[in-house]
Design a protein around this ligand. Structure first.
Ligand code: ATP
Ligand code: MG
Length: 355
């Protein structure tokens, strides 16, 4: 038998359109988030009358539709009017005022940013954006390193709504009082989906992603149950896709519970553990690593000692390796620099989206 004998032909694929399973795909409609979308839209409404909108802090755990609900609204806004500029920034990727201003320049199609400092970019952005109204969305706001951009927008942009999205509401309390007292956001809590809703969302995506009747009922029920347990739709999409891939690899004509089990196992190898699982020392080190992004391991150890840490360097190293393996942090080895090989600690653990 040839190695490729069991490959399904193109016309036999179990998938119809894998794009529908992408984490970044924006389905239509966004189910079970009507209330939240209305709330968000209401904060933007004054902008239609060229008046300042309201600011908003959206918070809630991962994978429950915060980003997708907002992006969906921005798309509708774009279809409705040219008078309100939608500005969406992911602060995980753009984590300084400078990078954020560059990104805004790109969004408003201003090209002459070369060699310009943050302050100059501020002025340019103000000049252009103030010709209209604007909605600013700063997603994953807890990842930014400085808040100057926020102060600038609050002070210099007239008709705007600023919306911050985060998993950690309390992070906002770390913002400067100058900013806090100007921002005064409404709060919107996204809650986890219940079991019915979880199933409804996956069913909806499945209809677009797979051929009809390729999912065995039991297999789909298992995928839903696991997703509900994890309270994260992203893991559900991952399970659907990987189960489909596994079935195709085996040239099956339908997707079974066994395929789902394999997908779940694969996902669990990647999953991020909860920091409450860590011992005190590891938690202490994790906290320091988070407060000091992109720091060399030797420097981090010094900071740790200054803060009263008292394990020896070897143990410290072991804890770092443990945190890395369990994906609380990421480390990067730099070979042959001026100080020989060293390890840089980056506190950003990766989400499943990064795979
Ligand atoms: N109501 C929904 N309808 C359809 N898809 C949804 C819904 N809620 C979530 N999803 C899907 O689940 C995935 C995760 O949603 P989203 O990216 O919006 O999560 P989030 O709340 O922003 O999470 P995080 O805090 O980790 O950024 C996305 O692929 C999204 O399309
Ligand atoms: Mg998000």
């Amino acid at each position: 038998m040839g190695v490729f004998d069991n490959v399904l032909k193109d016309s036999e694929s179990l998938f119809r359109d894998t794009v529908a399973l992408d984490f970044s795909h924006i389905p239509k409609p966004i189910l079970y988030r009507e209330k939240e979308q209305h709330f968000i839209a209401n904060c933007m409404k004054p902008l239609f009358q060229e008046r300042p909108g309201r600011n908003l802090l959206i918070y809630g755990p991962p994978g429950i539709g915060k980003t997708v609900a907002v992006k969906h609204l921005l798309r509708e806004l774009e279809e409705k009017t040219d008078d309100i500029i939608p500005i969406y920034i992911n602060c995980w990727q753009k984590n300084t005022s400078y990078k954020i201003m560059l990104e805004i320049c790109e969004l408003i199609e201003y090209k002459f940013t070369h060699n310009k400092k943050t302050d100059e970019l501020f002025k340019i952005v103000a000049h252009h954006v103030n010709k209209k109204s604007a909605v600013f969305i700063f997603d994953e706001i807890d990842k930014v390193e400085d808040f100057d951009f926020l102060y600038f927008i609050l002070e210099e942009i007239y008709n705007k709504s600023i919306m911050l999205i985060t998993n950690y509401k309390d992070k906002l309390f770390e913002i400067d009082d100058r900013i806090k007292s100007r921002l005064l956001p409404e709060l919107l809590n996204f809650k986890e989906y219940n079991e019915e809703e979880t199933k409804g969302i996956l069913q909806h995506r499945l209809k677009f992603a797979f051929q009809e009747n390729v999912w065995e009922d039991k297999a789909f029920a298992k995928a839903c149950k696991k997703t509900f347990e994890l309270k994260d739709i992203r893991s559900g999409l991952y399970i659907l896709k990987e189960a489909g891939n596994d079935a195709e690899d085996k040239a099956q004509r339908s997707i079974t519970e066994e395929n789902v089990n394999i997908a779940i196992e694969k996902m669990e190898q990647f999953s991020i553990k909860n920091s409450t699982d860590l011992d005190n020392e590891a938690n202490f080190i994790l906290k320091i690593a988070r407060e000091n992004p992109n720091t060399k391991i030797g420097e981090l150890f010094k900071i740790y000692q200054k803060k009263g840490g008292n394990v020896v360097y070897k143990t410290f190293q072991r804890k770092i390796t443990y945190l890395d393996k369990n994906r609380f942090i990421a480390t990067e080895r730099i070979m042959g620099g001026p100080e020989g090989t060293t390890t840089i600690i980056n506190p950003e653990n990766k989400k499943i989206t990064d795979f």
